[in-house]
Design a protein around this ligand. Structure first.
Ligand SMILES: O=c1[nH]cnc2c1ncn2[C@@H]1O[C@H](COP(=O)(O)OP(=O)(O)O)[C@@H](O)[C@H]1O
Ligand SMILES: [Ca+2]
Length: 471
């Protein structure tokens, strides 16, 4: 009986198809054509990578968690290691741990300072781990994710040496900690992840997530080893984004946050962090004097296990000549731009737009501006213009080493010989590299106000949000 009915229905369906074949043909031709065009279009499938997380609402039901969710994130940076502990409520709002919105601890040097001793490298995290774990209530520890994200220092070490260190860190966590380690909890972040987490951090703290892309802010993060830029772009621009250069991460990440889809342009430049750039700039002058070194200084600069001659010319430092060397080191003019518009080194600039109107610029940009005296280190943010870096550079390039302490009382002694270089590089990176106008206002950021508190403007919060919102 059942079989008979099925056959009967099958026959009548076939009859109908036969009867309406003309109409079906008319409908299907444009559909096939559209599918063909989409298939052949350059774009999204090759240049966009989808970030794997959504900021879920924790409103109960099967996905419900406890009232408080902790996350412990290690930032294994090139110049130091840091740990952040955050606590979120069910709405994914940050709630205070004791009297701050995060526990933040740091130490120097970073994991990459022990390239040949993975155990010692991992053990450098012990004091941070113990204090971080102690700040999480005992009963929540097995449910609390811990992640270790290494950045430019381990990236530059190469695969085998960095993998050995990461393995030693995994063992340390297993032996010493009761926190939850997910698969891939201990990794070298790729530059695009680092930049997109930083963008999530800042926009989360500014409460712009969930708003249209043009209400979000763009970010620049100048680390020791690498520098990242990230900002949201319109969907049309994402669809026509160029393919990345060989071996590079894709230019666009697709992200779902607070119910909205964002297309994030993100790029990380390895070797263009501030401490790495010093080496690049000193390499240009090889064994001779360098016009970026403060007048009266002669010494060596050590970076990444190598030593570079760092000696002032007898005639002293020169802002103009140092600018030329910095532009040269950035390869602004001598690399092929095969995209519509490039930043430097042949890298696509993302096309600009509303998501880049306001730029929040972090890490060494804030720190050097504070040391140079044009930003108050006690304030979480400061509005400046690229030309403030040039003005300070002019002063630094025209002083002698002996005058350093009185002209720049806040500069750390080890940084003094490189103050002209650092400030010139920062100006050059913003203006010649990223194409900002010298007079454009940018926000230097150390922390972002969140309610009555201020939270570090660093990528680990973006990673924590992902960790507590994944299933
Ligand atoms: O959590 C943070 N809060 C404030 N500043 C930070 C934080 N993390 C990194 N920085 C800044 O970034 C600088 C160095 O960057 P880092 O060592 O992370 O290099 P990398 O990002 O190239 O690996 C530090 O000297 C500091 O100014
Ligand atoms: Ca960093």
């Amino acid at each position: 009986m059942t079989a008979k009915r099925a056959i009967g229905r099958h026959e009548s369906l076939a009859d109908k198809v036969h009867r309406h074949r003309g109409l079906l043909l008319v409908i299907s031709i444009p559909i096939v054509l559209i599918a063909l065009v989409l298939l052949l279009m350059p774009g999204t499938s090759t240049s966009v990578s989808v970030i794997e997380y959504t900021m879920k609402k924790h409103e109960g039901g099967s996905n419900s968690r406890g009232p408080k969710n902790y996350a412990v994130i290690f930032d294994a940076g090139s110049s130091g290691s840091r740990v952040h502990v955050y606590c979120f409520d069910q709405n994914l709002d940050l709630v205070p741990l004791e009297n701050e919105l995060e526990l933040f601890l740091q130490l120097k040097p970073g994991l990459s300072a022990y390239p040949n001793d993975p155990r010692q490298s991992a053990n450098s995290l012990v004091s941070l781990l113990d204090k971080a774990e102690a700040s999480v209530p005992r009963e929540l520890r097995p449910k609390t994710p811990v992640r270790v994200g290494a950045t430019a220092g381990l990236r530059a070490l190469g695969h085998q040496a960095s993998e050995n260190i990461l393995q030693a860190v995994r063992e340390l966590l297993k032996d010493r900690s009761r926190l939850k380690t997910e698969a891939n909890a201990v990794t070298v972040l790729d530059g695009a992840q680092e930049g997109s987490y930083q963008w999530v951090t800042i926009n989360y703290l500014l409460r712009t997530l969930g708003k249209p892309y043009s209400d979000t802010v763009g970010v620049v993060d100048l680390g020791g080893g690498s520098v990242q830029m990230a900002y949201a772009i319109p969907e049309e621009d994402a669809a026509t984004a160029p393919k990345p250069l060989e071996g590079e991460d894709s230019y666009v990440k697709e992200m779902y946050l607070k119910g909205r889809k964002y297309f994030l342009y993100v790029h990380s430049y390895l070797h263009y962090g501030l401490l790495a750039a010093r080496a690049e700039i000193l390499k240009v002058s090889e064994d001779s004097n360098n016009p970026c070194i403060v007048t009266g200084f002669a010494g060596t600069y050590k970076y990444g296990g190598k030593a570079f001659k760092a000696a002032a010319a007898p005639s002293g430092a020169s802002l103009d000549e140092c600018r030329r060397v910095a532009i040269n080191a950035l390869k602004v003019n001598d690399s092929l731009c095969t995209h519509m518009k490039c930043t430097f080194g042949g890298v696509w600039n993302g096309g600009g737009g509303g998501g880049q109107k306001k730029m929040f610029v972090a890490s060494f940009f804030f720190d050097r501006a504070a040391e140079a005296g044009f930003v108050d280190p006690k304030q979480p943010v400061a509005e400046v213009r690229p030309l403030d870096f040039e003005k300070a550079a002019n002063k630094a390039c025209n002083m002698r080493m002996e005058e350093g302490k009185s002209k720049f009382p806040r500069v750390e002694e080890d940084n003094l010989p490189y103050l002209c270089l650092d400030l010139v590089y920062q100006y050059t990176l913003l203006v010649d590299g990223f194409g900002l106008k010298p007079s454009q206002t940018i926000t230097l950021v150390k922390k972002v106000k969140y309610g009555d508190y201020a939270v570090e403007a660093a990528w680990p919060l973006g990673s924590a949000i992902e960790a507590v919102s994944s299933p």
